[in-house]
Design a protein around this ligand. Structure first.
Ligand SMILES: [Zn+2]
Ligand SMILES: [Zn+2]
Length: 362
């Protein structure tokens, strides 16, 4: 184990008592680089037993509404400073809040909800996540130069974010009215006039589409725009859930229930179906479109996906950043330099002014 790794882990004050190293008796955490458990003291590596054929099986949707396996082994902690809730499994931790950086995190009496069926384990370690966050800052055009130079990714924590994925077959019947524009030239009072007219036509038909692993976020703790920027996560290759993957990491609690996620997923699928139907036609105006969709063979899985959360400090303010724990994509806000923004506006106005001037001269 390198010094950097030691420091990173010691920042968390992790005291993992459940998975003792057979060589030295020390606690271990999940190591993203090797995809194994790693002893925090002697660095020994241990396989996590998870056979290939254990790749998550989707479940029938009825099961989601009626019953689901409760996540018994895990406990919910809450940050007393910012209110963030986190699920931690089977470990004694003196924990730092990933969102605000304070140590004011306590266990609360709340159930963690459904036990996840699948997990997409972290592939990047904290160090790599920090490097991605640094590169992200360097690319920010409007960040102050001083910040770009001194930015330091701090308090990096791996957090699993809960998502529901849905599979289903859809069959839709539709009818509607569309219009296509065309141009007519005619002569009025000896002058040529160009007129745009619209040819209206009716459409109807049927359309079927299979949706595979349609992802809906179950937690709003990380803003949806952020998660959309970080996507995709390889939920199709999710492994079956094992508590070992959570050692050294936390998980966000979900605030949207499975049935609400299924509702949301249906609404999003309907939008996608509508746009796919319209794509079949050459039109300029949509007057009406009625689509009636039947959903069948619905299946779901509840999966945890890996996100690193950390922050930069600048002028006593914290700026959270988020890193996709699989592919290193970064999202988040950085400070903005007022000077750089003003300069851009000035240049844009100058160019616009020049164009107007040239137009009048010509
Ligand atoms: Zn050991
Ligand atoms: Zn907090």
């Amino acid at each position: 184990m390198t010094d950097i790794e030691k420091k990173l882990y010691s920042d968390d004050n992790i005291d993992v008592t459940t998975f003792k190293c057979p060589n030295c008796g020390g606690g271990s955490v999940f190591d993203a680089k090797t995809q194994k458990l790693k002893c925090l003291y002697c660095g020994s590596l241990f396989d996590i037993e998870n056979k290939k054929e254990e790749i998550v099986v989707e479940r029938n949707l009825n099961e989601l509404i009626s019953k689901g396996e409760v996540w018994k082994e895990a406990e919910v902690y809450q940050c007393q400073s910012c209110g963030a809730k986190e699920i931690i499994e089977n470990q004694k931790v003196s924990h730092v809040c990933p969102f605000c950086g304070t140590k004011n995190v306590v266990k609360i009496e709340e159930l963690p909800g459904l036990k996840p069926q699948g997990i997409v384990p972290f592939k990047l370690d904290k160090k790599m996540a920090g490097q991605c966050a640094l590169k992200f800052v360097k690319r920010k055009l409007y960040a102050p130069r001083k910040f770009k130079k001194s930015a330091k990714p701090e308090n990096i924590h791996g957090i699993y974010n809960p998502v529901f994925t849905f599979d289903c077959l859809t069959l839709s019947a539709y009818s509607g009215r569309l219009g296509k524009n065309y141009i007519v030239n005619h002569i009025v009072n000896g002058k040529m006039v160009t007129e745009t007219r619209t040819k209206v036509f009716n459409i109807s038909g049927s359309y079927d589409q299979f949706f595979d692993d349609f992802v809906v976020q179950a937690s709003s703790k990380i803003p949806i725009e952020v998660v959309r920027t970080l996507e995709p996560f390889s939920t199709k290759q999710a492994l079956s859930y094992k508590p070992e993957y959570l050692l050294g990491f936390g998980a966000n609690t979900y605030d949207k229930q499975g049935d609400a996620c299924w509702q949301e997923s249906q609404n999003l699928m309907r939008l996608s179906i509508e746009s796919s139907i319209l794509k079949k036609y050459d039109y300029d105006v949509k007057y009406s479109l009625n689509v009636s969709t039947k959903f069948s063979n619905e299946q779901y899985k509840y999966v945890l996906v890996p996100i690193y959360v950390g922050h930069y400090k600048y002028k006593n303010k914290l700026y959270n950043f988020f890193v996709n724990g699989e592919n290193g994509k970064v999202a988040g806000k950085t400070p903005v330099s007022a000077g750089k923004v003003c300069l851009t506006i000035f240049i844009v106005l100058l160019v616009l002014g020049l164009i107007v001037l040239l137009y009048y001269l010509a």
